[in-house]
Design a protein around this ligand. Sequence first.
Ligand code: ZN
Length: 242
Amino acid sequence: MSYQIADKNGVQYLVIPEMEETGIRHFFTTRKGPQHSAIPFVSQEAFVMVRQVHGDNILVIDKPLDDIFAFIKDAMHKPCDAIITNQKPVGIGIVTADCLPALLYDPVQGVTAAVHAGWRGTVQGILPKVVCQMTAGFGCQVEDILVGMGPAIGPCCYRVGNAVIESVRSIHPRWEKYLTPMGDGKAKLDLAGLNTAQIEDTGILKKNIFTAGLCTACNEDLFYSYRRDGIGTGRMISGIIS
Ligand SMILES: [Zn+2]
């Protein structure tokens, strides 16, 4: 477990100390803020987000943005669940309320990524795909990449049924480690654990993976949770700013 709670402009958010040491600004917001979906550091208008659809499309920003406001408006309609950029200064982020938010940073090439990984994105391998894109498309060395995983629903609370169990079984050789049978045909899924295994398989070093280790459903005072509160719940924003 690795996180600290920070506060800026009234917004309480988590940071990964080991990532902060590199100088990269990043955050995983909590539900504690002056207004719904407030973020620290940058105004919402200078922050790229996408239309998340539980898929594996990646929005790549590898050229200077002539009109950042037009780009941001356009990106909101793009069905993507990850963003990668090497442009500065560009803030990128994703929203979650139980799904796993992951922020990646390569301090050598100056590349950042924000990823939304629910079970559907995870079985599509979205996080390994982002790592591949960073190495193949941006010249990153896999051993330079830091990965910070924010608060997500934990194995304590994430009961899943047959469709999820079968999907996880089909994509990972060590699936038994991440699915705990509950005896009623259901199982508890360790989403962060499975994503960690997937990125370790790509060559990301264990020492460069940091996990907040906080369950969104257990920690009602800090986080929104779709499972706990239903469809009308709020969302946390996870962002990284190059
Ligand atoms: Zn829990």
